[in-house]
Design a protein around this ligand. Structure first.
Ligand code: ADP
Ligand code: MG
Length: 338
């Protein structure tokens, strides 16, 4: 007999989970992205012990049909793409069909979901096996409850940092998801404490106010700079309001938060010499483009993407900021550097 054998499904799922589910914040990201893809207008996230004890994501989206509940948790199962052509024109945040299978393989998960607000299905999973499935009642939408993450993968648990760090990462990811979707109301509660709340009224500046505070948001400048391929809008702080690191610059591409050094550098470049060396602005840049012009399928967490013409987008950003700043009579009112 040969030495090569196919891995049991549970084991291969745990391996795949290593790529997407690094920490509690990854669970929050994947579940909230599913709520957004399901057209929710309200997403409520409750976490306990920085997500290590439990993470619950509750939405009022489309729900999962009773007959789809089990398959939704199977590896590579998605309702979002069907053909290879779809892969190059992704309009949803998810498409890999891996998140639920991955999360369920490293936690104890319960789903309660209804597509019509009348009948609902409640199912429990542990390590990918569906333990129970029963009919229930709830309003239209889905609640996913993830408990005891990494209970069966102790090596992974060791990489989890302090409770404080893990909670910060959860707040950070909810902040960025919220800024990508001002039309959705997000609320994050950690052990009864409200940490994030956005109104969902569609206004990006008000969403930024919900995240960075009213004072910062109300002093930000807005700009728009578009061409035939790219529609770029953004808010950015005046040069007298800066931070000591780059993490207050968010790039949102078709509603997806991405990490992109070239684009965040373009923000900084737009300030020219108005920014002190080593200081970075607060900025939210919203980029809309044809999904054909971006390849999302580069990295499992989809935060890195490949853009057809990155330097063009970078130029539009720095030019937009530069022009807006030159309109302003910039005499620093007070030093607000933190
Ligand atoms: P993907 O998002 O890549 O499709 P997931 O594993 O995250 O893969 O989810 C699998 C499928 O389960 C989704 O394609 C979707 O049909 C369904 N689903 C997951 N979460 C929700 C939700 N909150 N509301 C409605 N459907 C959901
Ligand atoms: Mg998903």
């Amino acid at each position: 007999m040969g030495k090569i054998h196919e891995l049991p499904v549970e084991l291969s799922n745990q391996i795949a989970a290593g790529e997407v589910i690094e920490r509690p914040a990854s669970v929050v990201k994947e579940l909230v992205e599913n709520s957004i893809d399901a057209h929710a207008s309200q997403v409520l996230i409750r976490v306990e012990q920085s997500g290590l004890k439990s993470i619950e994501v509750n939405d009022n989206g489309d729900g999962i049909a009773a007959e789809d509940v089990e398959v939704a948790f199977a590896p590579h199962s998605t309702s979002k793409i069907a053909t290879d052509r779809d892969l190059f024109a992704i309009k949803t945040l998810g498409f890999r069909g891996e998140a639920l299978a991955s999360i369920a393989s490293v936690s104890k998960l319960t789903v309660l979901t209804s597509t019509d607000g009348k009948s609902a299905i409640k199912a429990d999973f542990a390590g990918n096996t569906m333990l129970s499935k029963e009919t229930f009642a709830r309003s239209k939408g889905t609640t996913m409850t993830v408990q005891d993450i990494f209970f069966n993968t102790p090596a992974r648990l060791k990489y989890v940092k302090s409770l404080h760090t893990e909670l910060n990462r959860i707040v950070d990811i909810v902040d960025r998801l919220a800024m990508g979707h001002p039309e959705i109301s997000f609320r994050l509660i950690h052990e009864k404490k409200d940490l994030v709340w956005t109104s969902g009224n569609g206004n990006l500046q008000q969403t930024i106010a919900g995240i960075y505070g009213r004072t910062i948001a109300s002093h930000m400048l807005s700009f728009e700079n578009s061409d035939t391929d790219y529609e770029i809008k953004g808010y950015f702080s005046k040069p007298d309001t800066t931070r000591s690191n780059r993490s207050y610059m968010s790039m949102i591409l078709n509603g997806r938060y991405i990490k992109n050094y070239q684009l965040s550098s373009a923000v900084v470049r737009g300030y020219g010499s108005k920014l002190m060396i080593g200081r970075f602005p607060v900025a939210v840049i919203d980029i809309k483009l044809d999904p054909n012009l971006v390849d999302i399928n580069v990295h499992p967490t989809k935060q890195e993407v490949r853009l057809a013409n990155e330097s063009r987008i970078a130029d539009l950003i720095s030019e937009g900021i530069r022009n807006r700043l030159s309109d302003q009579n910039l005499i620093p009112s007070a030093v607000k550097n933190l």
